[in-house]
Design a protein around this ligand. Sequence first.
Ligand code: FES
Length: 103
Amino acid sequence: MAVIKISKNEIPDGGCKIIEVSERLRVAVFRVGERCAAINNRCPHRGAALGEGEFDGTTVKCPLHSFRVDVWKGKGNAGKPVQTFPVTVENDEVSVVVDDAAL
Ligand code: FES
């Protein structure tokens, strides 16, 4: 298990920051005010970077084929669910827990 810590201020409100966790894993961390959600950045359809898509506060639109994913639930219409990661926000620190299997 790995815990990734970043400052909340590194994530634009209503936007996303992509974090490279390992060679095969990038995590997209979305922020709406004091709440944050973290998902695997890789779109389950063809692997585009979900964190680069348009985010409306609930869903992100994949930049490649426009499938949508609910970043809070990991569900979308890209065929398969997107992996989500537990997130806590304390003061200005955002912690994302990534299990070993995802690394
Ligand atoms: S790669 Fe994301 S919808 Fe096709």
